[in-house]
Design a protein around this ligand. Structure first.
Ligand SMILES: [Zn+2]
Length: 284
């Protein structure tokens, strides 16, 4: 083969590579702290590699390629987040707008507002166990249908600032839904029970791993009715509503965790996550 033929062959190969450049779609162009973002990659035949805000994206197989969900952290200090896909087009810059969350005052028993030293150790251990359970949510999606919000009107929104009776402030990392004591609490989608734990602040907690790095958390249950490792279906009871832990009365606290942090559950459920194999219509 002469040199001209060889370089022509190389040119053709390069053109083919360029044509196969992955196509990147991002669910938003502007976001605020606590918002979830969905990245969709099509026109690619291998698992993409990429980063958002410098953190690796957790890709899963989706209907037309791959997707990844990540959180804009509540404590973010940047005014933009860069999404970079290896071998892909130029990085996508997502503008991060400021968000002023609601301020509320909460009065709870002193023990909960200002926990004694022994309880602080327990709170740290509770938090570590919950964080560790997120590792069980990695891997392919365990659901084929959309997420479904549990019933009950919203009594407290995600991200609001709470000032407790002792003066300390904390941000609310979930959605509070009205629920009677003992009401059945449904899983928001198919998944595997990653953790069942009795905690100091959140009371009885169930964490469900859904794959794709997505976990749902249910707090203040009067009791859990599933065990770690159980497979659950969307709508299946995982426990009963209650007022265990730091609460002012019976309700369901729902949190959604994705890589990068907790996200607003309502916004999360609007993401167009497209599972590879949608469930057969009519099947449960
Ligand atoms: Zn809550």
């Amino acid at each position: 083969m002469n040199t001209i033929a060889a370089s022509t062959g190389l040119l053709i190969a390069l053109t083919a590579l360029a044509a196969a450049e992955p196509h990147v779609t991002v669910s938003a162009t502007s976001v605020h702290p606590g918002e979830p973002v969905l990245v969709t990659i099509t026109n690619i035949d291998q698992v993409p590699r990429g980063k958002a805000g410098g953190q690796p994206l957790v890709f899963f197989h989706a209907r037309d390629g791959y997707q990844a969900v990540f959180a804009i952290p509540l404590g973010i200090n940047e005014d933009h987040v860069l999404i970079e896909i290896a071998g892909g087009p130029d990085p996508v810059s997502l503008a991060v707008a400021n968000k002023r969350f609601r301020e509320t005052k909460v009065v709870v028993e002193d023990e909960y507002a200002n926990p004694p030293e022994a309880e602080r150790t327990r709170i740290d251990a509770d938090n570590r166990a919950i964080s560790a359970s997120y590792d069980k949510a990695t891997g392919e999606l365990q659901f084929g249908r959309a997420f479904r919000r549990p019933p009950g009107s919203t009594t407290s929104t995600f991200g609001e600032w709470r000032t407790f009776n002792d003066g300390h402030r904390a941000q609310h990392l979930g959605l509070d839904l009205a629920a009677r004591e003992g009401a059945r609490v449904p899983a928001i989608n198919d998944g595997t029970v990653a953790l069942v734990i009795d905690t100091f602040l959140a009371g009885n907690v169930v964490v469900v791993a859904h794959g794709g790095g997505i976990s749902s958390l249910y707090f203040h249950l009067s009791k859990a009715t599933v065990r770690e490792g159980d497979a659950v279906k969307r709508g299946q009871e995982i426990g009963r509503a209650g007022h265990t832990g730091r609460t002012t009365g019976p309700h369901l606290h729902l949190s959604v965790h994705v890589p990068g942090g907790m996200v607003e559950p309502g916004a999360f459920m609007k993401l167009r996550i497209a599972p590879q194999k949608p469930a057969v219509v009519g099947a449960r």
